[in-house]
Design a protein around this ligand. Structure first.
Ligand code: DGY
Length: 324
């Protein structure tokens, strides 16, 4: 079976695929144009995909030979699942192995924004350390505050656990369904979306992105957040309206924002939000640890190997294909 990997992944995954006797293609140039990428996809049975190439209707129509796709990500918002289902194509993803790393970044951003780390580092870089000043550059403490999680799944759970243990924060959350484990272990309280927005001192997004939720966090929402609230997004940039977020930050409707994802991505160099002192922005590094990336390579390879043996993928986002 032919497997196309569009970008080099950690060796552990490649070795697993080779040991399974699969015929792997990895292009020398891993910065393929859309046309180049598509032409590799047209000539393969399975794809191990790194990045956010769009697997839309047009893709499936142009690549009728593709029988399976293993994503090197937990997110699958770039795949048209309906079209994949229609063609019985299983889509694999890599949950669990990156939950700790990604929640670490949310936790880091929360603290960084609370203590104004980016602003202070910038001052140091500019040779502007300054004298000890009882009134300047004051952050806020997180002890006993309320963490609101939008989308309490595996990553949200880890973020909530860390925040509870480190800062004794109360956890509230809004989800499609109740997370009983979080309610039992972390005393997390299910609230309505409005309550989440109005009660959270830190609001952190950990949901899967769907197009219906584009710009869900917009001016109307920022208006209702507490003035000391910190907005954290490590999920997908599409969740927030960046212009509205900028306005909310400039006018101090909220305290600050920590983003590992932006809208668009990469962020434009001249986006005014980059000039603000109450933001910390990272370039989508949630899963960027050696441990998580090795884990993702292993899971993605396992998914492809399972498919090659006619078995169910270990982590499949559209298991309904197995019942067709
Ligand atoms: C994921 O795994 O979904 C990360 O955000 C990388 O895309």
């Amino acid at each position: 079976m032919k497997v196309f990997i569009n970008k080099r992944i950690p060796e552990i995954g490649i070795k697993m695929l080779e040991d399974a006797g699969l015929e792997i293609t990895i292009p020398e140039n891993d910065n393929l144009s859309h046309e180049e990428w598509l032409s590799y996809c047209k000539n393969t049975d399975a794809i191990l995909n790194v990045g956010n190439h769009s697997f839309d209707k047009d893709f499936f129509e142009q690549c009728p030979n593709v029988k399976a796709i293993a994503l090197y990500s937990v997110g699958f918002d770039h795949v048209n699942i309906k079209e994949a289902n229609h063609r019985n194509i299983p889509i694999g993803n890599t949950p669990d192995v990156l939950s700790k790393a990604t929640s670490d970044v949310a936790f880091l951003l929360m603290q960084s924004v609370a203590r104004r780390a980016s602003y202070n580092f910038q001052k140091v870089k500019e040779g502007n350390w300054g004298d000890f000043d009882p009134l300047h550059a004051l952050g806020q403490e997180l002890y006993g505050k309320t963490l609101g999680i939008f989308g309490l799944g595996r990553i949200g759970f880890e973020m909530a656990k860390k925040s509870l243990k480190a800062f004794d924060m109360s956890i509230i959350y809004h989800n499609r369904s109740h997370n009983e484990e979080a309610e039992k272990e972390l005393n997390a309280k299910y609230v309505s979306f409005d309550e989440l927005v109005e009660q959270a001192d830190v609001l952190s997004i950990h949901a899967n992105f769907v197009p219906e939720q584009k710009d869900l966090f917009n001016n109307l929402v920022f208006e209702r957040m507490k003035p000391n609230a910190i907005f954290i997004n490590t999920a997908r940039g599409g969740f927030h309206n960046q212009t509205d977020l900028y306005e909310a930050l400039v006018s101090r409707k909220i305290w600050g924002a920590g983003l590992d994802v932006t809208n668009p991505e990469p962020i434009l160099k001249d986006d005014p939000i980059l000039g603000l002192s109450n933001v910390c922005i990272l370039p989508h590094i949630g899963s960027a640890t050696i441990e998580a990336r090795n884990g993702m390579a292993k899971v993605a390879a396992e998914n492809i190997i399972a498919f090659s043996k006619g078995e169910k993928m270990i982590h499949c986002v559209n298991p309904e294909v197995y019942h067709n």
